[in-house]
Design a protein around this ligand. Structure first.
Ligand code: PBG
Length: 327
């Protein structure tokens, strides 16, 4: 008789036949960097996640290196926002300063980590949209030069990778062209290719104060009902020169992750977003879920669905739990 339980008898056997293992070296930790000095403030809707001023990033750098995770993804909170989102491409803006600080801090250390710059305008515009707002519309082509300038500012500051997240058409091609034109031929682009207009970004928008002041993002982010269109986005970014493609959010879109895996040969990232993190944290706090087991199951699911890279606020916790398991 076929007995599938034979191989489930004990931990050794289960480990031997396990098909997937969540790997901390494949995780990226998102970090919020804010203006000011000597500030570390917790994001109310994301317990365990803080906004740091640049001078306090040492703490994050040490934790990330100790955890052995692949890198950080930076999001900026500027002191002032304006119509054109100029903080996004200011060479002395929060993110370029954070990049310089982190790269300098890890220089010469045995274990370094990657510094990835999210490239978008929503944290920097007074209207909270991800591009140039002209006559009440987010104008695609007028937004592209703002993105290329932001990518160049990150590149000049020493970023290891740039990650355009605004869902403007042609943004990957525009950034690739600008980077190559400035000699940054080897700087990879991780494209937020299939980014859905999702309710799960709520806590992030609190953290970055980046909610649109009017309307929503549905004219540029994807309709959550569309999986075939997600593949069109991914294939378009691949043609435009993306080095890594991404599906975001993660949990409610694992069907998209799986079909992306089957339809592109590029490395595939998933972004386990703020709302997904907040749900787990809230339930764990109430004692309704075992946080460690829940997070481990979720991380495993991403890799099982075909992700190569997982961007997650759980990264530091997960790495700590893995370490204690290995010991
Ligand atoms: C910026 C951006 C957003 C997120 C990452 N980059 C917010 C948005 O589109 O409103 C969300 C990340 C998260 O929820 O953790 N465009």
């Amino acid at each position: 008789m076929q007995r599938l339980r034979r191989l489930r008898k004990n931990g050794m056997l289960r480990g031997l036949v396990a098909e997937t293992r969540a790997d901390v070296r494949k995780l990226v930790y998102p970090v919020f960097v804010r203006f000011g000095e000597n500030v570390k403030e917790e994001v109310p809707s994301m317990p365990g996640v803080w906004r740091y001023s640049v001078d306090r990033l040492r703490e994050v750098a040490d934790a990330v290196m100790q955890a052995g995770i692949a890198g950080v993804m930076l999001f900026g909170i500027p002191e002032k926002k304006d119509e054109a989102g100029s903080g996004a491409y200011d060479e002395n803006g929060v993110v370029p300063r954070a990049i310089r600080f982190l790269k300098e801090y890890c220089r010469g250390k045995r274990k370094g980590f990657l510094v990835i710059a999210d490239i978008c305008l929503c944290e920097y515009t007074s209207h909270g949209h991800c591009g140039a707002l002209i006559g009440g519309e987010v104008e695609n082509d007028a937004s592209l030069p703002l993105h290329t300038e932001a990518a160049l500012a990150a590149a000049r500051a020493g970023a290891d990778m740039v990650a355009p997240s605004s869902m403007m058409d042609g943004v990957v091609e525009a950034i690739r062209g600008a980077l190559d034109g400035a000699g940054f031929f080897s700087l990879p682009i991780m494209a937020y290719s299939a980014k859905f207009a999702s309710a799960f970004y709520g806590p992030f928008r609190d953290a970055a104060d980046s909610a649109p002041k009017s309307g929503d993002r549905k004219s540029y982010q994807m309709d959550v009902r569309n999986a075939r269109e997600a593949l069109r986005e991914i294939l378009a970014d691949e043609r435009e020169g993306a080095d890594i493609v991404m599906v975001k959010p993660a949990l409610a879109f694992l069907d998209v992750v799986k079909s992306a895996r089957e339809n592109t040969l590029l490395p595939l990232a998933v972004y386990n977003v703020s709302g997904e993190y907040a749900m787990v944290k809230a339930a764990a706090k109430e004692g309704w879920l075992d946080e460690k087991r829940t997070v481990t199951e979720i991380m495993t699911a991403f890799f099982r669905a075909g992700a190569d890279i997982v961007i997650t606020y759980h990264a530091l916790d997960f790495a700590r739990w893995q370490r204690s398991e290995d010991e």
